[in-house]
Design a binder for this molecule. Structure first.
Ligand SMILES: [Mg+2]
Length: 353
C-alpha cells in the first residue's frame, strides 16, 4: 500500500507568534533575534521583513541595513516551545507516528487514513486554537511531502500524487532535492546538471561513482522515490560506548587508548546523524564495583573529533583521582543538538560571532 505522509511547516513561526501577541507588530517587518548593536543573529523574520531580503541566521546588523524599519524582538524560547507542544497535540489526534524535524516542522504518517481530510483539519485546528497559519504538504513519501509544503507558502496546501510527481519535479532546480546545499549544487552544475529533469536523464553510474551512496539517493529523489520511514520513536538522548576490560587495569596507556577508540566511535555516530553535542561524560567502574562519573559541558555544541577526544582526556586526567584498578571505562556524549533546529542554530552562531 502507498504511504500517506503529511508535512506541516509553520509559517515564519517565531515571528508570527510575536505578531500575534503584539498588535503593534502586525503587518510590520519583524525580526526575532539579537539586537543589531549586540552582534546578534536573526532567528526568524516575518514575511514583511523577508521582502527586504532579511533571513534567519543573518547577522542583525546586516538585517537592519537591508531593512532600516525592521523591528527587533528578543526570542522567547519558552513560549515557542509551548506553542510547538500544542501543535504536536493536534497532530496526535490523527496519528501517533509523528516525526518532528524542528520546533515548527513535522512529518505525520497517516497511511490508510483520509490524508486530505486530516490535512485540512490540522490546518483548521492550528488556525482556530492558536491563531497561526501552517503550510501543509501531502504526498506518498517524506521528501515529496516536504517539497509540497514549501510550494505554496505561506498558508499553503499542496498535494503531490504519484501521477504528477515526476512532472512537478522536472522543472525544479536541483537545490530542491533533499540534502542538496550550495556545495553539492555547484558540483552538480559542473556536470551540466541544473534542473531535476537533468538528473532524471543522467547516467546513474557516473553519479554513484562521483557521490557514492548520496548519488544513489539523488537519483531516487529526482524520480520521486524516498523509502525513509517516519521515525516516530523518540530520538536518542545520548550516545556512548563502554566496555569491561578483560583484566582490571591501572595502566594509563590502556585507558588512553580506550578513550581514543571510544571518541572515534562516538564521533562517527554523531557525524552520521548530523548531530552536535554539548556534554561529555566519563564513567569509571572500579575493581570494587564502585562507579564514578564526571562530565563537562561545552559553551557551544561541537561535532569535532579533536574536541571530543581532548575533553574526554581532560576529564579523565583532571576530574578523577584513580587509585584503584579500573574494571570498566565509558564515554557518553549528550545534550544533543539535532539538525534543522533553528533555536540551536542561533546558539551555534552566537558561539562564533
Ligand atoms: Mg517554518
Amino acid at each position: 500500500m502507498d504511504r500517506s505522509i503529511i508535512h506541516v511547516d509553520m509559517d515564519a513561526f517565531f515571528a508570527s507568534i510575536e505578531q500575534r501577541d503584539n498588535p503593534k507588530l502586525k503587518n510590520k517587518p519583524v525580526a526575532v533575534g539579537g539586537k543589531p548593536n549586540s552582534r546578534g543573529v536573526v532567528c526568524a523574520a516575518s514575511y514583511e521583513a523577508r521582502r527586504y531580503g532579511v533571513k534567519s541566521a543573518m547577522s542583525s546588523k546586516r538585517a537592519k541595513r537591508l531593512c532600516p524599519k525592521l523591528i527587533f524582538v528578543s526570542t522567547n524560547k519558552h513560549k515557542y516551545k509551548q506553542v510547538s507542544n500544542h501543535i504536536k497535540s493536534i497532530f496526535k489526534r490523527y496519528s501517533k507516528k509523528i516525526e518532528p524535524i524542528s520546533i515548527d516542522e513535522a512529518f505525520i504518517d497517516v497511511t490508510g487514513k483520509e490524508a486530505l481530510e486530516i490535512g485540512k483539519l490540522i490546518k483548521k485546528s492550528i488556525k482556530n486554537e492558536l491563531d497561526l497559519t501552517a503550510s501543509i504538504g501531502i504526498s506518498y513519501n517524506k521528501f515529496l511531502a516536504k517539497l509540497a509544503s514549501d510550494m505554496d507558502k505561506p498558508n499553503g496546501f499542496t498535494v503531490i500524487s504519484k501521477k504528477n510527481a515526476k512532472d512537478i519535479l522536472k522543472k525544479l532546480p536541483i537545490r530542491k532535492l533533499w540534502g542538496v546545499g550550495p556545495k553539492t549544487e555547484k558540483e552538480l552544475n559542473r556536470l551540466g546538471l541544473y534542473k531535476i529533469e537533468d538528473i532524471q536523464r543522467y547516467d546513474s553510474d557516473i553519479l554513484v561513482e562521483k557521490f557514492g551512496k548520496r548519488g544513489l539517493e539523488l537519483i531516487e529523489f529526482a524520480n520521486g522515490k524516498d523509502n525513509r520511514p517516519i521515525e516516530w520513536k523518540s530520538k536518542s538522548q545520548s550516545i556512548g560506548e563502554e566496555n569491561t576490560f578483560s583484566h582490571d587495569t591501572l595502566d594509563r596507556e590502556v585507558l588512553n587508548y580506550t578513550l581514543n577508540k571510544y571518541s572515534l566511535d562516538v564521533f562517527k555516530k554523531i557525524k552520521e546523524n548530523r548531530y552536535k553535542i554539548k556534554t561529555i561524560t566519563i564513567k569509571i567502574k572500579y575493581e570494587d564495583f564502585n562507579i564514578e562519573t564526571r562530565s563537562l559541558t561545552l559553551k557551544s555544541p561541537t561535532d569535532s573529533l579533536e574536541i571530543i577526544k581532548s575533553k574526554a582526556h581532560f576529564i579523565l586526567n583532571n576530574k578523577f583521582n584513580i587509585n584503584k584498578k579500573v574494571r570498566l571505562l565509558g564515554l557518553t556524549v549528550s545534550n544533543i543538538v539535532y539538525p534543522n533546529d533553528p533555536v540551536q542554530l542561533r546558539m551555534d552562531m552566537d558561539g562564533f560571532m
